[in-house]
Write a protein that binds this ligand. Structure first.
Ligand code: SAM
Ligand code: GLN
Length: 294
């Protein structure tokens, strides 16, 4: 069978199962099995696919049609133009989270101060701390031990983030910890306090989880999504503890649901934020709240 007809037939099946981007997913699965890039798949439609490869692609496609997440099938996802490893049990990075990384980078640049270190709670695949580590070139500094501390309550997440740090050449400046929240972190990072804090917490209201896409609802870790009754429970626990772990003048950034920016701004003010700002995602919805702490 030609690659082009195989992709067309997968696309049909995916469309019938309500897969949100049927063509792209068909191309990505074929590319994954055949060891090609998506561009190769585009250009190589006339190529013959062997029976064995066709069967391997169709086996993955059956799982995708049952709404199993694409990224768990390929073991990979893209964030900020970089490839990251991901697997079942670990939250799949979302494109809107790139806004958080960019907003932080942009404020650090405007402030003209090179931060000494960064803390992330709830690191998942590590995307939001590995990108700044690379961008800030902390690896080039070479001395002073770990500059980036990444934690998660999930062991699978921390293990995946550590693999991703190695994949992107920043493992020497990272320290990973498995644990709940912030309380267990006292003294980590040299005890001097962190200059930057980033967090994409679980923020979906518990009652809304049943209405999410099947990929998310049935296969992604609930602990990565469930923010309790109104989605804000994690923030209510973490934000008041921030002053105990941040250095004076630190930058703290949270991703939130669009209707949570006001509540998170208030929590940050109560915790001593001097300035706060809300940044929108590409669809124009409030997505990130950033504060300069006292
Ligand atoms: N930072 C990653 C990203 O942006 O793609 C993952 C974000 S995911 C929405 C939230 C993460 O917080 C999950 O990896 C979850 O395991 C972790 N988490 C949930 N509760 C936690 C807790 N009490 N302490 C630390 N991490 C927690
Ligand atoms: N935006 C995510 C979703 O679509 C939720 C992420 C989170 O809770 N941090 O499911």
């Amino acid at each position: 069978m030609s690659l082009a007809s195989l992709i067309r037939s997968l696309e049909e099946v995916f469309r019938g199962s309500g897969v949100p981007s049927p063509r792209v997913d068909a191309e990505i699965l074929a590319a994954h099995v055949l060891g090609l890039s998506r561009t190769d798949v585009h250009l190589g439609g006339g190529m013959e696919v062997s029976r064995a490869d066709e069967e391997r692609i169709r086996a993955l496609a059956r799982r995708r049609a049952a709404r199993y997440p694409l990224q768990y099938l390929t073991g990979e996802c893209e964030f900020h133009s970089l490839a990251f490893l991901v697997r079942e049990g670990v939250f799949i990075p979302r494109p809107e989270t790139e806004v958080l990384v960019e907003a932080v980078a942009c404020r650090l640049e405007a402030g003209g101060r090179r931060p000494r270190n960064l803390l992330e709670i709830g690191t998942g695949t590590g995307v939001i701390c590995i990108s700044p580590a690379r961008a800030l070139g902390w690896n080039a500094a070479g001395t002073g031990g770990p500059r980036v501390v990444a934690t998660d309550i999930s062991f699978e997440a921390v293990e995946t983030a550590a693999l991703n740090a190695a994949k992107h050449g920043v493992e020497n400046l990272m320290q990973f910890a498995v644990g709940d929240g912030i309380g267990f972190l006292k003294g980590v990072g040299g005890g001097e306090g962190f200059d930057v804090f980033v967090c994409n917490p679980p923020y979906v209201a518990a009652s809304e989880i049943a209405g999410l896409q099947p990929e998310v609802r049935d296969h992604e870790p609930r602990a990565a999504l469930d923010g309790g009754k109104d989605g804000l429970e994690f923030m209510r626990r973490i934000i008041p503890a921030l002053p105990s772990i941040l250095a004076g003048g630190a930058l703290a950034a949270f991703e939130t649901a669009p209707d949570q920016a006001g509540a998170v701004t208030r929590l940050l003010r109560e915790a001593g934020a001097l300035e706060t700002e809300v940044v929108r995602d590409l669809s124009g919805r409030d997505r990130v709240t950033i504060a300069r702490m006292a």
